[in-house]
Design a protein around this ligand. Structure first.
Ligand SMILES: NC(=O)c1ccc[n+]([C@@H]2O[C@H](COP(=O)([O-])OP(=O)(O)OC[C@H]3O[C@@H](n4cnc5c(N)ncnc54)[C@H](OP(=O)(O)O)[C@@H]3O)[C@@H](O)[C@H]2O)c1
Length: 368
């Protein structure tokens, strides 16, 4: 590992740009990378002009190795990751650079664990996917809630958000993911997620309270059972998070399977074309208006249980903060992570959450 330089691939995107600003704010050495030299130059100008840029295509394996050979950490923001991720993680590992990304894609997290763990261990580098809003709060609070109670009978992670407006890149990625169905973790193993989405309710701490929720194949399914011993992991989101209104709850068991199947037909291509015409992402003001609550409930096989909660806003601003915080922790001389990790197994979960206080994040564990 050459020095303390952090490379950001996909720096020209909505999230990559926020990451570039966060690196700048923290005064960190970085190089802004992507496929488009013109966009990179404009981004560097907006940051004051003296930030190095490097244009290289994903298909240019030697070019990526040349770039990352001078960097200690690679931050990948170019998604969908199932489509664009592999050249970046390969080049990072080949050049002995730690890797961290902003993915929310469960299949990508699973693929990294299954395909790239051995290579990352051999190269003595850490690979930490999903270091953004997806799924830092959920992964860290689940680990903390479970601490001392393992083995668990069940671990539940539930999301309630309000007024979160997705970026075009997130919508594009979500459509690709929805088509594939995903995995659930049940009876100590990963299984294909059933198409059926049963109706359920979950009690969030006040002021959110009881909410209609649905199961969804979140990325934590691919991460958390690798660092918490549990028989089952249930991941839930409120119906309001998914469709914007809790009133749609009775329709969800019908709508979700129909939508998933429709994405596998030519209608899927039409929807993708429509996504290309969406605005790039929310304004700063819209981002600040967003609210989220993430709850983890750990139930031990011995009957003891504990809940944890994380609250905050601005999920895209938070993503920039958490990936940069991850990169900084990877630069620390005492960082010893090798192989593919969840945030909770790569970093100390409580100190990481504490470090997010300035980004408006609060967290607590119930004393029970
Ligand atoms: N986990 C979370 O909480 C979270 C938060 C934010 C984002 N994300 C994920 O991060 C990803 C990016 O989101 P976003 O909103 O920033 O999307 P975006 O604005 O569309 O940015 C996508 C980035 O990928 C680059 N890219 C696309 N196709 C490429 C290709 N063929 N070769 C090289 N680079 C390519 C784009 O480069 P150009 O500028 O040249 O097109 C751009 O820099 C998505 O998958 C999203 O779901 C997750």
């Amino acid at each position: 590992m050459a020095n303390g330089v952090i490379a950001v691939y996909g720096a020209t995107g909505y999230t990559g740009t926020l990451v570039a600003h966060e690196l700048r704010r923290r005064g960190l050495d970085c190089v802004l990378a992507g496929r488009d030299a013109g966009k990179l130059a404009r981004l560097a100008d907006s940051l004051g002009g003296d930030v190095p840029t490097h244009a290289v295509e994903l298909e240019d394996r030697d070019g990526l190795r040349h770039l990352f050979g001078d960097c200690a950490v690679v931050v990948d923001c170019a998604g969908p990751f199932m489509r664009y991720g592999e050249p970046i993680v390969r080049a990072a590992i080949e050049t002995g650079s730690h890797y961290v990304d902003t993915t929310g894609e469960q299949p990508w997290i699973d693929l990294l664990h299954r395909r790239w763990d051995d290579a990352a261990r051999a190269a003595e580098v850490a690979v930490v996917p999903a270091a953004g809003f997806d799924y830092v709060p959920g992964d860290l609070i689940a680990h903390l809630a479970a601490r001392g109670l393992e083995p668990l009978r069940e671990l539940t992670i539930a999301y309630a958000t309000r007024d979160v407006r997705p970026t075009r890149g997130t919508t594009r990625t979500a459509l690709e993911q929805a088509r594939d169905g995903g995995l659930v973790y049940d009876d100590g193993d990963w299984r294909p997620a059933p198409l059926r989405t049963p109706r359920a309710r979950f009690r969030f701490p006040d002021p959110v309270g009881w909410q209609p929720v649905m199961r969804y194949p979140s990325g934590e399914v691919a991460m958390v059972p690798r660092h918490v011993r549990t028989r089952r992991l249930t991941t839930l989101m409120t119906v309001e998070t998914l469709v914007g209104s809790a009133a749609a709850a009775p329709l969800v068991p019908l709508l979700i399977p129909a939508f998933t199947l429709a994405l596998r037909t030519p209608l899927g291509s039409l929807l993708h074309a429509a996504v290309d015409r969406l605005p790039e992402g929310p304004s700063e003001q819209q981002r600040q208006a967003a609210r989220f609550t993430v709850v983890a409930v750990a139930q031990g096989e011995d009957g003891r249980s504990r809940a944890g909660v994380v609250r905050g806003s601005d999920v895209y601003g938070l993503t920039a903060v958490t990936v940069v915080e991850s990169a900084v922790r990877m630069l620390a001389p005492e960082f010893a992570g090798v192989g593919v990790h969840a945030p909770a197994s790569a970093f100390d979960p409580a100190s990481f959450l504490d470090a997010l206080a300035d980004a408006g994040i609060s967290w607590e564990l119930d004393p029970a």
